[in-house]
Design a protein around this ligand. Structure first.
Ligand code: ADP
Ligand code: MG
Length: 626
């Protein structure tokens, strides 16, 4: 038999390889723009005709190429970016495979013009279907310009496979968006069929988002930043109230490379979970920076996938960062964090942390009076009654401190102490006279709402929702830190479930244990409750377990984290003080104090608004116009 194995001619091999790298005009746009970035350009201009099917031109003011490189760059595995396999693990450039230009040239007519700053004249190279057709000197500004005409001209099957121009243009805009979004310090323009679609000036990330998605985003964004030894996260999320019904702006970058990462996406969705309505999608623009050695970007030719060495760590940090951003926002509408109003936060700045985002913190009381403290603690009344899990003297926050955050002075002595109310000593020992301030009162409306006055108006809190939120965060905290309290049942209670419920219960038993349930399975369908959460109070543990099982049947929760949230949520909802329950003033005060110590004080875990502030302004308006 004859030998049958042949080596494919270079141009055929390139055409085949091209199929992997260049699927559509947008792929060429991406590769050319990334090359311009790697060349250190500060201005990149993209021009397309007929969605890139007829022509794509990318011009940059980067480092340019020598005459020899201008020829060589079209060869397969021609790259200036790596020379050893180890270089792959310390990659700071977008490209590294040396395949893109070879692929593009194999399936299109390419004209390259390039000049290095140090050269007097540039060079023009024309390459068609992988063969160099022309090479002449050309006068030009320093930089590089690639013009790609008639993509797939020699691969009709692929050309026919392209979608409508509208669809292809969507892909082009998407690539342009991804590249320009994560490089806000670089200027970009996009011209399509003679019309300028984008003109993006160099700036910070926020300005870039506004430039791409419209000035309406100005008020929609929340800054996110988290800095740890291994991972740095910076960017913005879109406030929950602006979540979209369609999967909108979701941009993840890892070391400035756009990636799709369903697992990490889940971390964000999860952090938002209780804030946005079902069937809505959170928006985000986040860059995760890690040591290049901690990731592998080489697992997919078009490189939108990335694998982390420790993805669980990244998940946890990302989740926390988004939670923190949401938590800060929920206090900020009423509080001035001394943040500069122009919010010029971009990746670079935040990384240097010269412009940190101020966390809500309890201001230090300059007129601290130890006697007053003593007096207060000795006269502290015991709680008239306790309802499930509500610890009035929890570490956080100090009662009344949230009022300071809201612009109220609580560091002033009360009217009832004549000496203290007259004067306190300042740092130098001089006596300072204070105006007595009335201590805040709490009243209950319809046995369901807590009403209290504030400097800026009237605060109305839904007591059930507030307690729901407090307990929810408490349970989550306990599960996270495994600091659960369980009380032993004096008379262990057996109960029986149907087969399905029994197997479901067995499955979630580890998480239930984390909140304080001590369960034992005695036969396939019968369980015994040996211990219950310390917060249970009067509630019936069997009924509570059944409610939780119902929750899991309707919200299928595979991920362990979702289960924890589900348990915390159902328990909190069941145990929270109900509407139409009379409360003492002290209880109301403690509820308010604890609510504003929560990470998210504004909405309950089911997304309902917990409180509203009726401002003086709105009152004046209503009364004057009435
Ligand atoms: P890679 O980017 O993976 O190295 P490419 O095929 O995209 O491979 O590019 C090959 C080489 O051509 C690059 O390594 C670089 O040296 C050079 N090159 C491509 N585009 C430009 C550009 N816009 N400016 C300067 N050099 C470029
Ligand atoms: Mg490249």
């Amino acid at each position: 038999m004859l030998d049958v194995i042949k080596i494919l001619p270079e141009n055929v091999a390139n055409q085949i390889a091209a199929g992997e790298v260049i699927q559509r005009p947008a792929s060429a746009v991406k590769e050319l723009m990334e090359n311009a970035l790697d060349a250190g350009a500060t201005q990149i201009d993209l021009v397309v005709k007929d969605a890139g099917k007829a022509m794509i031109m990318v011009s940059d003011n980067g480092c340019g190429m020598s005459e020899a490189d201008a020829q060589r760059c079209f060869e397969r595995h021609a790259t200036s970016k790596i020379s050893r396999a180890e270089d792959l693990f310390a990659l700071h450039t977008m490209g590294f495979r040396g395949e893109a230009l070879a692929s593009i040239a194999a399936i299109a007519q390419v004209e390259l013009k390039t000049r290095r700053p140090e050269d007097e004249v540039g060079v023009k190279v024309v390459n068609e279907g992988g063969a160099i057709k022309e090479q002449v000197p050309t006068p030009m500004a320093a930089g590089t310009s690639f013009t790609v005409k008639n993509l797939f001209f020699n691969v009709p099957a692929r050309r026919n496979f392209l979608k409508s121009s509208v669809a292809e243009m969507r892909h082009v805009v998407e690539e342009f968006t991804r590249v320009s979004l994560v490089n806000p310090e670089i200027g970009f323009t996009l011209v399509s069929d003679g019309k300028e679609l984008y003109h993006l000036y160099p700036g910070n990330l926020k300005q870039r988002i506004l430039g791409l998605f419209g000035n309406g985003y100005d008020e929609k964004l929340l800054p996110v930043h988290q800095d740890t030894d291994r991972v740095r996260i910076n960017g913005y999320i879109v406030k929950a109230e602006y979540a979209k019904k369609t999967r909108g702006e979701q941009y993840f970058f890892v070391n400035k490379r756009y990636v799709k990462h369903p697992y990490l996406h889940h971390a964000i969705e999860n952090a938002f979970m209780e804030m946005i309505p079902k069937e809505s999608f959170p928006g985000y623009f986040l860059n995760i920076e890690v040591d290049p050695a901690d990731i592998d970007v080489n697992i997919h030719p078009t490189k939108t996938e990335v694998s982390f060495l420790d993805v669980k760590l990244v998940y946890a940090i990302l989740h926390a960062a988004v939670r923190k951003a949401i938590g800060q926002h929920n206090l900020s509408p009423l509080i001035d964090f001394d943040e500069p109003s122009n919010l010029n936060i971009d990746f670079g700045e935040v990384v240097k942390s010269s412009n940190p985002i101020v966390q809500p913190s309890i201001p230090i009381d300059p007129s601290y009076n130890p006697f007053r403290q003593q007096r207060e603690s000795s006269s502290r009344e015991p709680m008239p009654r306790s309802f499930g899990g509500f610890d009035p003297f929890a570490k956080k926050p100090v009662p009344g401190d949230w009022r300071q955050l809201y612009g109220e002075r609580t560091d002033l002595p009360s009217e009832t102490d004549p000496v203290a109310s007259m004067a306190t000593r300042d740092g130098e020992g001089a006596v300072v006279f204070n105006e007595p301030a009335p201590s805040p009162h709490y009243i209950q409306l319809n046995q369901s709402y807590i009403v209290t006055t504030m400097k800026s108006g009237l605060l109305v809190i839904d007591q059930h929702l507030a307690h729901y939120r407090i307990l929810y965060e408490k349970f989550l905290r306990e599960m996270e830190h495994a600091e659960v309290q369980s009380q032993q049942e004096l008379f262990p209670q057996p109960f029986t479930l149907n087969v399905n419920d029994a197997s479901l219960l067995r499955e979630v038993m580890p998480e239930l244990q984390q909140v304080g349930f001590v369960l034992e399975q005695v036969n396939p369908t019968t369980f015994v409750i040996n211990g219950t959460p310390a917060d249970l109070g009067e509630a019936n543990p069997v009924a509570l377990l059944e409610t939780m099982l119902d929750h899991f049947k309707t919200h299928h929760a595979d991920v362990q984290r979702d289960r924890k949230l589900g348990i915390a949520k159902t328990m909190a909802a069941q145990l929270a003080v109900k509407a139409k329950t009379p409360l003492h003033e002290k209880e109301m005060q403690n509820l308010a104090d604890q609510l504003f110590g929560c990470a998210v004080a504004e909405v309950a875990p089911d997304g309902k608004k917990i409180y509203t502030l009726i401002t003086l302004d709105s009152l004046t308006e209503q009364l004057n116009n009435g």
